[in-house]
Design a protein around this ligand. Sequence first.
Ligand SMILES: NC(=O)c1ccc[n+]([C@@H]2O[C@H](COP(=O)([O-])OP(=O)(O)OC[C@H]3O[C@@H](n4cnc5c(N)ncnc54)[C@H](O)[C@@H]3O)[C@@H](O)[C@H]2O)c1
Length: 287
Amino acid sequence: MAGVKTLTVVGSGTMGHGIGQLAAMRGIDVRVFDVDAAALDRAKAGVRTSLDRFVKKGTLSPQESDDVLGRMSFVSDLAKAAGGAEVIVEAVPEVLELKQKVFTDLDAIADPGTLLATNTSQLSITAIASATEHPERVVGMHFFNPPVMMRLVEIIRGTLTSDDMLERTVALAEQLGKESIVCQRDTPGFITTRAIMALRLECIRIYEEGIASMEDLDKAMRLAFNHPMGQFELNDYNGLDIALQGSRNLREAYGERFAPPPSLVARVAAGRLGRKTGGGWFDYPSE
Ligand SMILES: NC(=O)c1ccc[n+]([C@@H]2O[C@H](COP(=O)([O-])OP(=O)(O)OC[C@H]3O[C@@H](n4cnc5c(N)ncnc54)[C@H](O)[C@@H]3O)[C@@H](O)[C@H]2O)c1
């Protein structure tokens, strides 16, 4: 198979611009769309900064870096961005109603054969697809941050996703140089979010029970299991509020084993959300 030649990203934030850059680095013509013109400017600047790093490291030549940017266009008109694309990857904020609205619009604009992928971390693919006339072409394509570096793509089959679209998604992940796994049932947290939340919540409980310090728990994850970071340190990066929301969503689906630990609830109530607020599990006074 020739592979994908044109890909559109909808939502140019943290994930969207990275997914676009990744595709352009693999020779695909990319259009990046956002409702916010300032976000498009930031996306372009973010891609340039990232490409500069590759050039500095010697992984890309200056010419190759220019070529990657040359394959990317940053567009503020959805019809222009989405029309004619072989694949569209949605990366707008994690709000079901917002994603449904975007998919209704994309379904109307995109060519009939276009694969519609969502980068949601935990919303139901089936619920997002229900906003379209063609739910069989909607697939979960969960990239990790930052998409150009992280090796895995988690692919999720919605209840009505066709085998053909799923196979095309697996092939696309390979074309993008990624390893993939397939979550065969559209269940809350899929594979990765469910597994990492179980580990995170258990680490918090061990700490709450006075069995070990947060420092020792992080050390255990790093040195016993070769994780690059412990769960407390990592959670300070990605936000205690996100963890609390994830825990509540998973509790609703799977019961008390995912119930939010009191120390997590208390920190979020106190506004200690992680590095972004100067402290979460640990303190970051200079940030
Ligand atoms: N940040 C992560 O580490 C991460 C990792 C994996 C998956 N995700 C998922 O990726 C998705 C995007 O997350 P993010 O962190 O990139 O968010 P973000 O807030 O950085 O970016 C979202 C972008 O979408 C734009 N947007 C809002 N409404 C839009 C619309 N109707 N049409 C087009 N653009 C619109 C915003 O202007 C913004 O630029 C979410 O579903 C999130 O759960 C995030």
